[in-house]
Write a protein that binds this ligand. Sequence first.
Ligand SMILES: [Zn+2]
Length: 105
Amino acid sequence: MPIYTYTHLEDSSCPHAPTFDWQQVARDWPLTVCPYCGKPVERVLSAPLVKKKNFNSELRDKGFTKLVRVDDGIFENVTRRPGEEKYVDRRKPETFPKLEKTIED
Ligand SMILES: [Zn+2]
């Protein structure tokens, strides 16, 4: 079952304020009140991983290259194109995005 994050819409002394995670079946109606204190709550639309991926592919389609730092000197190329390395190592130029290929496209 997926876990959703809810946030209290008003100040609450609820021990689960301001936000809490609630596990429910995806087809269930979202909660409108807190199951703990009965105050109004709203589901927080956190960006699922899939959506993030789409955003990055959108960037890629526009010709951007986006590197996300994962470690010291290591970056994940989240707009990786075919033939490009997933991880870019600052010390290894051969892992750098193929810019000349991008321009050519
Ligand atoms: Zn509450």
